[in-house]
Design a protein. Sequence first.
Length: 239
Amino acid sequence: MADLLDLVLDAHGGLNRWRKARTIHGKGSVGGLLWSSRGQEGIFSSAEFTLDVQTQSLTYHDFTGTGLLGVFTPDRVAIEDPKGRVHAERSAPRQSFAGHGPDTPWDDLHALYFGGYAMWNYFTAPYLLTRPGVQVEELEPWEAAEGGWRRLRAVFPDDLATHSREQVFHYDASGLLRRHDYAAEVLGAPPAAHYTDAHTTASGLVFPTRRYVVPLGEDGNSLSAPVLITIDLAEVNVT
């Protein structure tokens, strides 16, 4: 396991660079069927965010309106203006998904919580796997069309806002992330496969710039449709 995790960390910029990074700033577009199914089509169609690499927090800029900030932490989400005035907020936001069905409409704060924790997880990986309390083990390789992908199974602690406690990450021969499997609890835990491509480098750290999420079959193979989420990153900067 240590050998694969070391390979993966090196492929994505190296552990020392990740430890020194403070913020990641990204711009892009997030789409897919999920948002329209929840009554939030287009809410992240022009997404700009800044996240704290070392602490789980993320801010969306111009969220739901020019100049407004969508602020995410695991225990609170809020829509604020630049002067810090709160337009809307919710404590213990994960609890607000209790009782939701597959088509339950979301409000802006539901979307902010999901979009906040998901993007923070995506863009801090694989450094995410070195956090205290995360348990990681290597699984048997997965035979993909592109060749054998090595896999890491991660079990996350309860204090981390993430899709599910258990997730599986697939890496190509060079150690780059190609697929990420999970079952998002706030969506009712349907199994999903999250594919990544078109990696780019920013300040020595490596990020996929194209992502899409599709359902995962019981046999472990992904389905071609529907495309639940797309993420196209146009710009990324690290400080």
